[in-house]
Design a protein around this ligand. Structure first.
Ligand code: DHB
Length: 311
């Protein structure tokens, strides 16, 4: 038998494949759809203090090998997700994950405190969506990251991790890892969409989405190699002390296998879930199990992080 169970922040997951926070995790009906699927956890949409409508439409588009979005954090406000976590926890036997994306330090503190009294199993702190008009991507501002993580560490009584934007320069990996290591961060999720891409339709001579002159976060296969590099680098920098969750372009068991080889303890599925629906989780899990069988790996720790070298 092949075992693809894992732990994130010491929370047991029956499989290492679950949903990423995203556009289809907003309402209770959407979350119950994930609960009924083979996703091993239920990750909820990033929430803010107040409910938000989000950016003007069209704000999401499927691309041949991925997606572009500038949703602008449409969500029902944190109180709804505290309530949903109670309902989901009662009705389904799988971990519930909150995603917090407060607009200010004070908002984040209030939201984290509210989830302390909820049944969520762990929390993904998402300090910076690339799509909030007028706000920078927080993960690129090390001082602000430090300030936010300090405040959140104090407010949060649940295990928490941080969703990171992609980094492209070796010094930036080291800088952000140094900040993260100062706080009781249990995992990092790599990567958020690659911010501020532009997709143009040559027929109409217009961008595909409306907000920010057409600029939005790129997801799917286009970002897999950047995601793998981020997973690998943080896996090495954290030395197994902080779990790494991989996300970015996972459509198949081979994709998941590559992320685990790079060092991921689990993988999340975002764009592929939007495009393929809830059967994607079982597909990726079964394909991963088949690869492991062929290679005679019995559990994830047999190969996790064990990327070989060319010499
Ligand atoms: C949104 C996009 C993101 O990439 C993210 O991490 C959070 C929110 C959004 O536009 O809603």
């Amino acid at each position: 038998m092949v075992d693809i169970s894992t732990t994130i922040a010491s929370v047991k997951l029956d499989s290492c494949v679950f949903n990423a926070s995203g556009p289809a995790d907003v309402t209770l009906a959407e979350l119950e759809k994930i609960a009924r699927s083979k996703s091993s956890a239920i990750t909820m949409k990033s929430c803010t203090l107040e409910a938000r409508e989000g950016n003007p439409e069209p704000r999401y588009a499927d691309l041949i090998d991925g997606s572009i979005n500038s949703m602008g954090l449409p969500n029902l406000g944190y109180k709804a997700y505290v309530e949903f976590s109670q309902l989901l926890n009662k009705k389904y036997k799988k971990p519930v994950v909150a995603s917090i994306s407060g607009m200010t330090l004070e908002d984040n503190i209030r939201i984290f405190e509210a989830f302390n009294d909820s049944p969520v199993d762990f929390i993904e702190f998402n300090p910076g969506s690339p799509n909030t008009i007028g706000k920078p991507i927080v993960g690129y501002d090390m001082q602000l990251m430090d300030k936010l993580l300090k405040a959140v560490s104090k407010a949060c009584k649940k295990p928490f991790g941080v969703k990171l934007p992609p980094y492209f320069d070796v010094v930036h990996f080291e800088e952000v890892a140094k900040v993260i290591k100062k706080y009781p961060v249990k995992f990092v999720t790599c990567i958020n969409s690659i911010g501020n891409g532009l997709v143009i339709d040559p027929k109409t001579e217009k961008p595909l989405i409306k907000p920010k002159g057409g600029m939005g976060g790129i997801g799917g296969k286009y970002i897999k190699y950047t995601a793998l590099a981020n997973v690998r680098r943080f896996y090495e920098l954290f030395n197994g002390k902080i779990d790494v969750i991989g996300v970015g372009g996972i459509y198949s068991g081979v994709d998941a296998f590559e992320f685990i080889l790079a060092g991921a303890s689990a993988v999340q599925i975002g764009t592929a879930y939007l495009q393929k629906g809830p059967t994607i989780f079982a597909k990726v899990q079964n394909e991963l199990k088949n690869i492991m069988k062929k290679k005679n790996y019995k559990k994830l720790s047999d190969f996790r992080g064990k990327l070989k070298t060319l010499d």
